[in-house]
Design a protein around this ligand. Structure first.
Ligand code: HPA
Ligand code: ZN
Length: 348
């Protein structure tokens, strides 16, 4: 979609990005747990940590690939025990998101990480749902929860998690698929996604982060997902790129995550511009902001500085984020109007 925009000098781009109204659609709430909060919750709950200090924990955040990150991310989540813990984690994220002008956040949570430690799923969902309600009341930030199945576990365990969550389904807008991608293809979860679809959940899945373009195709064809999380490997498949553009299938791209997990050697090598210029509905998101060096606006600033994106790309990314969200049409219209007003305010 091309749009005639007010002229904006390159020097004003950082201020524009900071002020841009946006939706964040790919953020794992357990990945927003800052080291300081990990230590505070460990003390509150009497959990022993294998790190002596916040600094020592932070120094351990040196990743070489997705799995090296996941190991430390699941360990960090072990401090979460009570409904209040989940609420406090959610609110800490929503405060940051509101400051970054996020109007809508659709956040992932990983119930199996917690139920495996004996934390009831109701504790997780009730705490996060209360944080979503508070985000709306305090910040006017519209928030929704997406339950992710861990793909390194079995489909049977995913079905059990779904059953467990159904009494609280009013709080869950959709389901997703995350964790170790390679060796755990989409079709492993075909039946559980079909059931979720029958139940009326919105469907998304991580695909094409480290895995091949064909995992993206199978997530679409076998799981019937509506959005692809990451999806950056699509550039290696011309026919798939054409399909993603023609069908306006959103990709929730996470630049700093891709840099930290070495999906691209350097941020300047990131393919976000190629995805946008090919007409795909790409968006910018933070994935696991406490681990990858920044929240959503940090992702915007870093990828724009590294790859030379323009104000036109900024408008497209924000517009895409609202288009790709599962929010009501009236909300989307209001946020798009705020986007155009933001451009007028930054006119040179
Ligand atoms: N990929 C897969 N699983 C995840 C991620 C990710 O980037 N972040 C948290 N769980
Ligand atoms: Zn992710």
């Amino acid at each position: 979609m091309s749009q005639t925009l007010p002229p904006i000098a390159a020097a004003r781009l950082p201020a524009l990005l900071a002020a841009l109204p946006k939706a964040e659609l790919h953020m794992h709430i357990e990945g927003s747990l800052e080291p300081e909060m990990i230590f505070a919750l460990a003390a509150r709950n009497g959990v022993a940590l294998p790190y002596a200090s916040v600094d020592e924990l932070r120094r351990a955040y040196a990743f070489t690939d997705l799995q090296s990150f996941l190991d430390i991310y699941y360990a960090g989540a072990s401090v979460l025990r009570t409904e209040q813990d989940f609420h406090d984690m959610g609110m800490a994220y929503f405060e940051r998101a509101a400051a970054d002008q996020v109007r809508r956040a659709e956040i992932f949570f990983d119930p199996q990480t917690h139920t495996a430690r004996g934390v009831p799923i109701a504790t997780v969902i009730r705490g996060l749902a209360r944080a979503c309600a508070d985000a709306q009341a305090r910040h006017g930030l519209s928030a929704a929860l997406i339950l992710c199945f861990l793909r390194h576990l079995s489909e049977r365990e995913a079905f059990e998690t779904l059953e467990d969550a159904l009494p609280l389904r009013e709080h869950v807008i959709g389901v997703g698929l995350d964790s170790s991608e390679l060796g755990h293809p989409p079709e492993k979860f075909a039946r559980v996604f079909a059931r979720c679809r029958e139940l009326g959940f919105r469907l998304v899945a991580h695909a094409g982060e480290e895995g091949p373009p064909d995992y993206i195709r199978r997530a679409l064809d076998v799981l019937s997902v509506e959005r692809i999380d990451h999806g950056v490997q699509a550039v290696h498949d011309t026919a798939l790129m054409q399909r993603l553009a023609a069908e306006r299938i959103p990709l929730t791209v996470c630049p700093l995550s891709n840099q930290k997990l070495r999906v691209f050697p350097e941020l300047r090598d990131h393919n976000l511009k190629a995805l946008l210029d090919a007409g795909l509905c790409a968006t910018v998101n933070s994935d696991d902001p406490a681990y990858f060096g920044g929240y959503v606006n940090d992702n915007f600033q870093a990828v724009f500085a590294a790859t030379g994106l323009t104000a036109q790309h900024a408008w497209q990314l924000a517009h895409n984020s609202f288009e790709a969200s599962f929010a009501a049409a009236a909300d989307k219209r209001r946020w798009r109007q705020q986007l155009d007003e933001c451009f007028e305010r930054h006119r040179t």
